[in-house]
Design a protein around this ligand. Structure first.
Ligand code: ADP
Length: 174
């Protein structure tokens, strides 16, 4: 059985977490890994349905994602999580329960994410139609020591995927 691990993406909305995780999935599968993506938006429609965006609810959402990712990982699955996960303390909590934890900071400036505005959320947040939007009127704590940083304003999706794969090779996960 391949070794399971958690590949934990964190970054602002629109930074590229979903895009990179989806591009990475077939590459990992081609290397014999079982892969499950826990995408923030998808999780909020089922596992965390009913939770809002208060600090408490965000923490609960991330703890749930971490718990499920941990169960997958210990059964030999590569659990990719793609949620904003804005708070360092909760990311560290997950790291503390998971021996095989790789943090990927998907880095893009607020300006770039806002210009992309993939889901039209930034425009709504600026108009005050969405309250407590990460980066606008809610904090985002960038990780101080991630294993990998993908700078999506400078690096293409392919470059980000290559960078992650080579780090995973270096760490002995694939
Ligand atoms: P998130 O999941 O972080 O909210 P998405 O993946 O939904 O972000 O959106 C990121 C947007 O940025 C997409 O429109 C994607 O095409 C674009 N993009 C541009 N360059 C990159 C890159 N290097 N990596 C990932 N996404 C990129």
């Amino acid at each position: 059985m391949n070794k399971g691990f958690i590949l934990w993406f964190t970054g602002l909305s629109g930074s590229g977490k979903t895009t990179i995780s989806q591009a990475l999935e077939p590459e990992l599968k081609a290397r014999g890994c079982k892969v499950e993506i826990l995408d923030g938006d998808v999780v909020r429609t089922n596992l965390s349905k009913g939770l809002g965006f208060s600090k408490e609810d965000r923490d609960t959402n991330i703890r749930r994602i971490g718990f499920v990712a941990h169960l997958l990982s210990r059964n030999g699955v590569v659990a990719i999580t793609a949620a904003i996960s804005p708070y360092q303390a909760i990311r560290d909590e997950v790291r503390a329960i998971e021996p095989n934890f790789v943090e990927v900071y998907v880095k893009a400036s607020l300006e770039a994410c806002e210009a992309r505005d993939v889901k039209g959320m930034y425009a709504k947040a600026r108009k005050g139609e969405i309250k407590g939007f990460t980066g606008i009127d809610d904090p985002y704590e960038a990780p101080p020591n991630p294993e990998i940083i993908c700078c999506t304003e400078k690096e293409s999706v392919t470059e980000c995927v290559e960078k992650i794969l080579s780090k995973l090779e270096e760490l002995g996960y694939i």
